[in-house]
Design a protein around this ligand. Sequence first.
Ligand code: PMP
Length: 374
Amino acid sequence: MLYLDNSATTQILPAVKEAMLPYLLEEFGNPSSKYYSLAEKASKAVKEAREQVSRLIGCNADEVIFTSGATESNNMIIKGIVDFYGDSNKHIITSKTEHPSVLETCRYLEQKGFRVTYLDVDRYGRIDLVQLANILETPPLLVSIMWGNNEIGSLNQIKEISKLCVEKDVFFHTDATQVIGKVPVDLNQEGFEGVQFLSCSAHKFHGPKGIGVAVIKKDELGLRQKITPLLHGGGQEYDYRSGTLPVHNIVGMGKAAELAFFNLYNNVEKLKTLESYLQDILLDKFGEVIQFNHDSTDKIPGILSVQFQGVNNETLIKTLSPIVAVSTGSACSSTKPSHVLQAIGLSMEEIRSTIRFSLSHLIDKTDLDIFDRL
Ligand code: PMP
């Protein structure tokens, strides 16, 4: 079976598994324990992983906070900011195409008395900078806008949003879950100073599930942004997050980050080649009945959102399932019609005929010839 649902999750790389195994077996120490070698080895492994992740994201190692994944990071950052600073300013800006872990957090906060503006997006899922700039005239507490979209691969102009937020002294968080390993991300680069908070998950770039990161940047004085923790306890992660660290998962995320960092250029090129090859095959085979929902150039490489006019997507996915694994768009809210496709203006009929193909650099071009044989 050909797996083309890599935006839902990816396969762990063999080198990642190998790196993790000792920490599931003999190296079982708790990194927060002290003075004996089992603990020290675990602590050293966590330190190395933190550095590997920080290189991939372009931040300092001590700005990397390990969490259980992007869902937790999004919750922790948004609720944490709001809890700490929300007495003085109760306005949050986000967009209509965010992942449910951002949208539902915002809806929850609306019930608690916060005002949330859900920005519209264009037909390819990008927010409008002019609309954002206008709303920022009365600065909100927080702007939370995703870097790239999981369903249609659209990319927001993060640098420009970052600059607008710096001008107005507004907190800016970005959910970068879908872009890590597929788009260069470097928060240390000029222009990105405004990105103070970032979320991501290891399993989207060939690492293990159940581990992710919340990046919490320090300011010019070297002081960390303050937020209220989501989980209170031993304060293992710089007092932002508590719980015994899952060393095996952290080591796995570190290794996956190291590989994603060193192979970024090649992986991106491969994804682009595969994408255009698949696009050509689909056009060749189904040209009369297909329509692409995504932008052709400015997008996350490897995500194709395709309408098969007159075909029910669930039926098509089931029919394809013995040979190809694809999805309707998101594994997170598969029972409801996609809020992302609604936001870009598709009709219910168009939404029900949409399929997302999401590729990985592990796929060979010839694997995609399977569509020619259908
Ligand atoms: N944000 C985005 C954009 C995602 O695609 C996902 C995963 N589908 C998440 C957040 C949540 O990640 P996780 O399920 O690993 O917590």
